[in-house]
Design a protein around this ligand. Structure first.
Ligand SMILES: [Fe+2]
Length: 259
């Protein structure tokens, strides 16, 4: 498995505090069957500034330390970039990183609303050959109230990533319901852990994929897993299947027969 949203680089945001925690997270990821992670430290979220050069250096060091410790996990560079007025200029100054140097950038919305300029930003990114992947839309308060507004952003060229913990109820019932509903509507392209801390917010990616297969079917799971691989090997992300009313309970019945 590939995990395209993690906070395992040490001491630069609210993820791993030091190299000991980085290595513990890396071991846990490898034990779960994750072979590569994209390190996506927060950038420009009002608290953390992690421009490209520092992230690239830490990613190099992380790979050296993991190899020395015999942990079979590859770390790739990325950022979780908060939408901000300076974003396009920051890209031209070389301060931003796409996910593993692909054409996809991980974009974080503010927690409470969708900025008015989002459609324009998507258009401008498109002009630069970039596609936005919206991080955990199920946790944005405006999308919780008006999920169709995520649909509009997808229509305008965005992609979206749901967080494993949201699907598994780690952020409460409302976010769990919203996460599954966005998946069913075909508006989610990627699943990731957004892992921050081994005990408080670990990976649970395998568990999420297993639940997805039970609830939404094997094709949905395969699409999401293959999209995550494409961030590593290149290629465009596919849309995930839309799950119509009744199909979800059917998948649950079918998987109940085999498990
Ligand atoms: Fe994150």
């Amino acid at each position: 498995m590939i995990d395209m949203h993690t906070h395992l680089l040490p001491g630069i945001d609210d993820g791993a505090a030091d190299w000991t925690e980085t290595l513990r997270l890396a071991r846990a990821a490898a034990a779960e069957g994750i072979t590569a992670v994209v390190a996506t430290p927060h950038h420009a979220n009002g608290r953390d500034l992690n421009p490209a050069c520092g992230v690239l250096e830490l990613v190099r060091e992380a790979n050296d330390r993991l190899a020395a410790a015999g942990i079979p996990l590859s770390v790739r560079p990325g950022q979780e970039i908060r939408v901000h007025d300076d974003l396009l200029d920051a890209w031209s100054r070389g301060e931003l990183l796409a996910l593993n140097q692909s054409n996809y950038v991980l974009i974080e919305l503010p927690p409470d609303f969708i900025p008015k300029g989002m459609p324009d930003l998507l258009h401008e990114l498109d002009m630069l050959g970039l596609r936005a992947v919206i991080a955990h839309p199920e946790r944005n308060a405006e999308i919780v109230r008006h999920p169709e507004r995520l649909g509009e952003l997808i229509e305008a060229g965005a992609h979206a990533q749901v967080t494993a913990h949201s699907l598994l109820g780690g952020f409460g019932k409302q976010i769990e319901r919203q996460a599954w509903s966005l998946c069913e509507r075909g508006w989610i392209h990627l699943v990731a852990s957004d892992a921050h801390h081994i005990d408080r917010r670990g990976f649970r990616l395998l568990q999420a994929y297993e639940r997805i297969e039970q609830e939404l079917g094997a094709v949905w799971r395969q699409t999401a897993e293959s999209n995550a691989r494409r961030l590593l090997i290149g290629g465009s992300l596919d849309n995930s299947p839309v799950i119509h009313a009744g199909e979800r309970s059917l998948w649950r019945k079918i998987s109940g027969i085999f498990t």
